[in-house]
Design a protein around this ligand. Sequence first.
Ligand code: FAD
Length: 361
Amino acid sequence: MPNFVVLGAGVSGLTCALQLAKQEGNVVTVVAKHMPGDYDIEYTSPWAGANFLPMALEAGSRYERRTWPELKRLAAEVPEAGIHFQKVHVMRCKKDEPTGFRLALSDGLFAPDPWYKAVVDDYRELPASELPAHMHSGAEWTSVCINTTMYLCWLAGQCAARGVVLKRAVVGHVAEAAGLAEGGGRRADVVINATGLLACRLGGVMDAAVYPARGQTVLVRNENANTMYAASGTDHGADQLCYTMTRAAGGGTILGGTYEKGNWDPNPDPNTAVAIMKRAVEAQPQLAGGRGIEGLDVIRHGVGLRPAREGGVRIEKELINGVWVVHNYGHAGWGYQGSYGCAEHVLELVDEIVANTKSKL
Ligand code: FAD
């Protein structure tokens, strides 16, 4: 029976573990320093919004395109996963027209004629009568918002229900993980490396192309925004963003944010927090009952470090110290919305390794 260790229990690792465990006969162990329920600056997944706002250009859209049907199914059929449908307003600011509405965060989201309009159900361009004066254009469509606290626990639970063993351990070298496999003392046939940002510090990997893209957020109890919101820019610099999303099942509303490349600071900055809240209530006054930021009821201030990578996500196989490793890290700001597409690619590489190993026996 093929035996796998998934190193990492963020959305990338847990999604791969679940998909591997769905294949009969696979023995799967998840090994991680941080698990669902933890809040730590080294663990990105709990800090995400999270929603599905495609960021890739059409040529790189495979992962997001292949993830949407599963997120949609979970929102429609599996309420305990903590995902619900929500309309979104994607707004292109007049001032961003010269750059083609491209952001550090995203090449494709604000494109005037995006590939994803054929993928989601009800995409429509907003007429001028529905746009504020400083907007060049905008679109509305139905997306999903994920309550990350619920969803990560749900993923871990789904893994456990399929026999996956989840273990706490800190691994110094990626090849060591093979020795932590369940299944009668056998070493894992393949290690899935889903270590996110820490791939830059993991022995055997030490990927110098990985860097943090810091995201500061404010989580509030207010849930009256009606739609999610994302603007192509703000007046406060290229690393300052404006977005809102209300999480499923009483998860509150996330106000964002920032995209600060190379910034490792784990502490929320108070001035940034005020600016985030002001931008949010200017864009959606109804969120605070028209009372400005005084009308916001803060649950907590957050900082997460998106695992960005020069050259983009790394999904490839590599033989390291005699252990087959399939890498799956570097998802920057789209780890949830690309999770099932990435897991699909990981499983293709795993199949190649297993088939090749069998043919040599
Ligand atoms: P992580 O969640 O960081 O998990 C890494 C795992 O590896 C952890 O379990 C860790 O303990 C383990 N690990 C690492 N090194 C070791 C080691 N040596 N030994 C043992 N274990 C180890 N994405 C979206 O799709 N939509 C959004 O709306 C969205 N919004 C975001 C908003 C913010 C503010 C932020 C910060 C991110 C957002 N993202 C969003 C991005 C998304 O959160 C990330 O892409 C995703 O969480 C990365 O997940 P991961 O599993 O790769 O890494």
